[in-house]
Design a protein. Structure first.
Lengths: 191, 191
DNA sequence: AATACAACTGACTAGACAGTCAGCCTGACT
DNA sequence: AGTCAGGCTGACTGTCTAGTCAGTTGTATT
């Protein structure tokens, strides 16, 4: 693993767990086992490092979902929707730093003045919404989903699962305990 | 308005919009029109100032909800639930700083090592969940709500509306455009 | 008028921070 | 053997930060 990749991995962890401002370049350097000047050799500024991290997160998310759906088949749209929700929750568990990062306010603040950041966030959230919308549209065709607006419903479903993941990551409520309830409610929502 | 209250008001705005670390005591002082030493006369540390802000937010939220429900009546539980969701969204609009603050990660991180912070957050979220749960329980008694777990369903509903508010505050999607859809979906969820 | 006390402040400090820069090391090519 | 370049570093800087403290003001009580 190159030193650049090591820096990126450590930075992902720290930005996710401590936030942008709370993470110091000296700490990233120490944990990566490099001199702090090395970070500035690979990344122009701290903001640049953050954008590289976010870009990796985006690529990771897109890859995970395309991989999952490329080797799975579903008997109908409703089933596909349920599997999508389940996979989102699964991913939030196995890739917690990604979701911690996305649940911080900094990236959205940065997106206001940085177009690249905005395109990254849009790619991520479009990926999420598209997956639910796709399942709903298929469900309407095969009759397993009722007459609702697929896009808007997909947004509400994303809000729900994303909210649950956030609550879990904030140690407020446990996502696992809500799993069955959530599936039932989502199913009834789109019937 | 006393200088102490002025400091609290400015601090609420800045902690909500910039976060804990990004907000400097000098800026709070300048905007409040006091010397920075004055802040430390009223509040022992920066963390202490933050906790005072959060305490105010908690009191504000509890007050707003108790006031709203004390002068409203509903013909059944389902209607009460719908009104609760609507009022949550309304409050998130009129008291945006409160919700920006609650959507930051810092308070939850602080809660891990600070019991007072934890009790404040618990009071806030219990208030939210109780309101939805209360409506669901009433609805089950009058038959307007189906056979579901009121507590868990309340948690899912809170996740949904809280998620939508967060998306709106992050400039990702507009809560207003989703209002009708949301109400329909929540209604169907609990039938 | 003297006392007492709370509210407030200007001037300060020690530490942390992002970012810079001149130069070192190592391996590849000539 | 000499040259070159990419990767890397130690030592540094100017700026910003939370927090301190000795001392001033205003006001109420005696």
């Amino acid at each position: 693993m190159s030193k650049k990749d090591e820096i990126l991995e450590i930075a992902t962890f720290l930005f996710a767990n401590k936030g942008f401002k709370e993470t110091s370049m000296v700490e990233v350097a120490k944990r990566s086992g490099v001199a702090s000047a090395t970070i500035f050799y690979h990344f122009k500024t701290k903001e640049d490092l953050f954008l590289s991290v976010l870009n990796n997160v985006k690529n990771g998310i897109l890859e995970e979902f395309s991989h999952y759906f490329s080797e799975k088949t579903f008997s109908n749209g409703a089933e596909r929707l349920e599997a999508s929700v389940a996979f989102y929750l699964y991913l939030a568990g196995t890739r917690q730093p990604w979701f911690l990062l996305l649940h911080r306010y900094y990236p959205y603040k940065l997106a206001e003045k940085n177009d690249f950041c905005r395109t990254l966030l849009e790619a991520i959230y479009n990926c999420f919404v598209d997956i639910f919308e796709n399942a709903l549209v298929r469900g309407q065709k095969d009759g397993s989903v009722g007459d609702i607006s697929p896009r808007k419903t997909a947004l509400v479903i994303l809000s729900t699962v994303d909210g649950i993941v956030r609550f879990k990551n904030c140690n407020l409520y446990d996502a696992g305990a809500l799993y069955n309830e959530l599936m039932g409610l989502v199913g009834r929502m789109v019937k």
